[in-house]
Design a protein around this ligand. Structure first.
Ligand SMILES: Cc1cc2nc3c(=O)[nH]c(=O)nc-3n(C[C@H](O)[C@H](O)[C@H](O)COP(=O)(O)O)c2cc1C
Length: 213
């Protein structure tokens, strides 16, 4: 298949959305929990979470443009500057997926989708008790992206919670053992299998590769 820019622009809207959402490959699956004083907790799945440096540890995610549809996650973060990011594991992908439904304001996806609110370390926003790997985040910066109205939300990690058994002595987290999942597009969920680990790539240590045919 070859698609030119005009082929892509001429495509059926849903097909274009699916192909462009899948083309960057596997993305992480995370549930972002927030809380509003007036309406209580909110939970939604996001695949755009990315780390933006480790010292200090900053984490970003992209939210869709703010328009007629209320963006509860974004509104709540603007209101109190705190949120939690919770990994999605294989045993609850379906519940996690349905947090993307446009649930009315004041009804929590924690209740609708069967997740448990877990308050830890006096952090004002709950974690997802079912997640093994989770972070408490404090808002640091909001960057509106002019080209299409999407918004990058950047926060710093206040707390990081994960089982000791999943982290090795070098600090690598075993995401296969955690039974984490990856997302392709907006509704394809993949299991993770670790298939390699290599040393830091120094120029003088690059193996003598043959061209792969
Ligand atoms: C697999 C998947 C990944 C998603 N990733 C994002 C994302 O990265 N950014 C975003 O704005 N919405 C994303 N969404 C859509 C949100 O989950 C959806 O808009 C949700 O209703 C937002 O909830 P809120 O209004 O309570 O914040 C994703 C949906 C699915 C199913």
């Amino acid at each position: 298949m070859h698609l030119s820019k005009s082929d892509i622009l001429d495509m059926n809207r849903i097909k274009r959305l699916n192909i462009i959402n899948s083309i960057t490959g596997i993305k992480p699956a995370n549930l972002i929990a927030t809380k509003s004083k007036e309406y209580g907790t909110n939970l939604a799945i996001f695949s755009s979470v990315v780390h933006l440096g480790s010292n200090p540890p900053y984490i970003g995610f992209i939210t869709r443009p703010i328009g007629e549809v209320p963006r509860h996650t974004y509104q709540n973060i603007q209101e109190n500057g705190c949120y939690t990011i919770n990994h999605v594991h294989q045993d609850f992908i379906e519940q996690a997926h349905y947090t993307s439904a446009k649930i009315e304001t004041g009804v929590s996806e924690f209740d609708i989708c069967g997740f448990t609110e877990e308050y830890l370390f006096d952090f004002p926003v709950p974690f997802v008790a079912e997640s093994k790997i989770k972070m408490a985040i404090k808002l640091e910066e909001i960057i509106p992206i002019k080209i299409n109205g999407t918004i990058m939300v950047i926060g710093s990690i206040e707390h990081l919670i994960l089982p000791d058994s999943l982290v090795n002595e070098k600090g690598y987290i075993n995401l296969e053992e955690a039974q984490n999942v990856g997302i392709a597009g907006l509704n394809g969920y993949y299991a993770l299998q670790k298939i390699g680990e290599f040393p830091y790539a120094r120029p003088n240590e690059v193996p003598d590769f043959k061209v792969v045919k």
